[in-house]
Design a protein around this ligand. Sequence first.
Ligand code: SF4
Ligand code: SF4
Ligand code: FES
Length: 573
Amino acid sequence: MQFTITVNNRKIKAEKGETILSALNRNGIIIPTLCRMKDFSPTGACRMCVVEVEGRDRLVTACSQPVEEWMEIRTHSPRVITARKTIVELLLSNHPDDCLYCDKNLNCELQKLSEELNIRERRIRARKIKPRLDQSSPAIVRELSKCILCGRCVRVCEEEITSTSLDFINRGSLTHVGPAMDRDFNFSSCIHCGQCVLVCPTGALHEKHNINEVQEYLNNHEILKVIQYTPLVASGIAEEMGVRYNREFDRILNSILRKIGFDKVFLTGTGTDICVSEISEQLGRSVDSNTGTPLYISACPAWVKYAEQFIPSILPQLSTVKSPQQIAGVIVKTLVADQAGVKPEKIYSVAATPCMAMKFEARRDGMMRKGISDVDSVMTVRELARLIRLYGIDVTNIEPEPVDEPLSGRTSSAALAEVSGGLAEAVTRQLLYERMKSESDRQTFRKLRVGGSFREITVRLNDRDVNIAVVDGLAGLEKLRNAQAGGKKYDLVEVMVCQGGCVNGAGLPFSATKEEKKNRTRMIYQADESDALTLPCKSPVLSNLLEKLIKENSEISDKKIFHTHFEKRNVLL
Ligand code: SF4
Ligand code: SF4
Ligand code: FES
């Protein structure tokens, strides 16, 4: 039901049941918020969204108060502005003054609010919070002194990620946010998805940087410096650099990476094509043997850690195939080392990725051989952009260059793998092609491409139905469990922790607009429409790699190095 309310002496339409904030925003009236997150229940923790309602003594929080028919609201009265300003001044009163060194400098919501509210002096002074730095996690750094207790990280971890790795600890002035029993991050159930980093309004949570380490290696002339990047890295760097992305930018990125000192530039996508082929073979075997149990895709490292911690019963069904990054990494330390005539320990291998959990994955026991890591360092897109800026390269005025062999080509399957449902689609398309010798119609997979936390399709493979399920964000696991409890049998299950897939990975630019985020997914599906090569089994780069080079190398000819193992993990909740 719609009714009319008065806001700032103007009549606007409101819907029964919605909050004041929702009515304001729908009518183009913007007020500041801090603790509120779209699609999450409001907590009213920060009071930044206060407005004045005629007849009410106290200011009300617009994000939690339902709108009512009689309301006359003032959103920017002197009283409201003073209240908002005082809230920010109180937050700043004990906040460290190190904006220049902060990870979120220029992307900080607290900074933005103090600018918008014209805060130009420190009126309120309180004792600074003692700096406490938790660097124990391989992926995420916690700087407690910068936390403003908005609770966004706690809610995203509990309600969206369902890992519940963060909570409020203590009371009053001792309140802070952290893992259970106030232990360090590496002792927690954190799966390193980084979604808490994406929602944190300040620099209290950020990725663990590898920029200095990478820079040091770039200056070391006795080491072969190698970098691999995924399709979303190229578009993410374009976003960060403020240039319009098209496929030519991939070739420009190759030149940039060489200019800053990398000796070889590779596509992670070749690794993705191997990943698709290997999982497709596993799916074929599983379908043939009619086990009645699904094969779970293991390419999302945050999902793998979640499964190891919370649902170890499925580990026997978790595909043993390594993620694309790790497959490309292992090729670098074997084939590339051979071809370049250098020992693997003399190669420094960097992976640039939209994912934060890959930082953890690269450190897993199963991702190194003879004490040598497949991937030495993982950089988010934001880190790589910072590194590029350091070298002062004008990205608009640079000659494009090709990537290096042997990881020099990818099919559209490799791009699809970065969107939720895409890897399941690519694996199935490859299997259908191998068995039925014709490419499937993309319409078959239409239902896997739409939104929603749980999606499923059935495809026909000769005389048998193959059931595929996609869990888009861990909240969808419950729907999978319910369907399985109701007797539904799946052959293949893909789970990605970040909603929508890597397109919403925590390593992508903070500053991306809604349109840029949508474009990431659009670009991937467009690539699938326009790329000449869609399936790994048709890729000449891959057949050269698999049929010739790998067969020649006794260490990898059985392809065992593309596989790993996963184990139950005990965590403190
Ligand atoms: S990285 Fe993910 S799992 Fe870990 S605390 Fe943040 S939201 Fe939770
Ligand atoms: S760590 Fe960040 S998101 Fe979490 S409560 Fe503190 S300021 Fe908010
Ligand atoms: S945004 Fe409304 S109370 Fe924080």
